[in-house]
Design a protein around this ligand. Structure first.
Ligand SMILES: Cc1cc2nc3c(=O)[nH]c(=O)nc-3n(C[C@H](O)[C@H](O)[C@H](O)COP(=O)(O)O)c2cc1C
Length: 221
């Protein structure tokens, strides 16, 4: 199984989120997964221009790393989204990337993939961020199977993943690989996806009816 992890933190793999993600990846690798990590520091993916070209043509016209990261997501079996809590939300770096995924959401292009998320904070409030990332994964077509979060304080070279979170993170990585191997299904995820698929199909049909430029379709399970 190929797993692509995306960290939205300027501190990259050496930051708190990168350290917690590292424990998840140890678990995934122990089950045989091949893992690649991409760090979004804020300069490689530009903000969405709202030009609608991705919805019409399936590609963003901006010249940056987004399209190559998108190809890697599509080639992977598992996707892990990792972020620090930045003022009760995902970091700006990750939000910019998520906004650029709009056409993936419309087409549910991550259909058949499995996902997980990793959130760290200085003092807490990770759960709404986890819920947001899980929802993003679901409406993109992926099945979120697990999430890990930890209070880690400020970023620093000596900051360690708390012992109680380390084991949980390792097990989360293993769960991701096993869920993919067993093609696990979850009724709650399927319900959210079915509603979203219906809404996107209606939206695309409407767009096709008024504009022949549209070339996208929704993935069917
Ligand atoms: C701009 C900014 C905003 C932050 N906002 C919060 C916050 O609202 N709540 C919180 O608990 N920690 C907050 N933090 C602390 C980080 O979430 C925390 O230190 C995190 O583990 C850093 O991860 P990193 O080393 O991967 O970047 C903030 C840090 C920064 C730089």
């Amino acid at each position: 199984m190929k797993i692509l992890s995306i960290i939205g933190s300027p501190h990259g793999e050496r930051g708190n989120t990168g350290k917690l993600l590292g424990e998840v990846l140890k678990g995934a690798e122990s089950e045989g997964a091949a893992c690649e990590t991409i760090v979004l520091r804020g300069d490689s993916v530009k903000p969405c221009l709202g030009c609608d070209q991705c919805h019409k043509k399936g590609r963003c016209p901006q010249k940056d790393e987004f399209e190559s990261i998108k190809e890697k997501m599509i080639a992977a079996g598992g996707i892990i989204l990792a972020t620090p809590n930045y003022i009760f939300n995902v970091s700006g770096q990750l939000k910019v990337f998520i906004d650029r995924c709009s056409s993936l959401i419309h087409c549910m292009a991550l259909d058949g993939k499995y996902g997980a998320c990793v959130v760290t904070s200085g003092g807490g409030h990770e759960w709404p961020i986890v819920q947001y990332l899980n929802h993003f994964l679901m409406v993109s077509g992926a099945v979120p199977v697990d999430a890990v979060w930890a209070v880690m304080g400020p970023t620093g070279p000596d900051t360690q993943v708390p012992e109680k979170n380390r084991e949980q993170a390792f097990s989360s990585g293993r769960t991701l690989v096993r869920a993919w191997e067993e093609k696990r299904r979850f009724a709650m995820v399927e319900k959210v996806q079915e509603e979203h698929r219906k809404r996107m199909q209606e939206l695309i049909n409407w767009c096709l009816s008024i504009n022949r430029e549209f070339r996208v379709s929704v993935a069917t399970p």
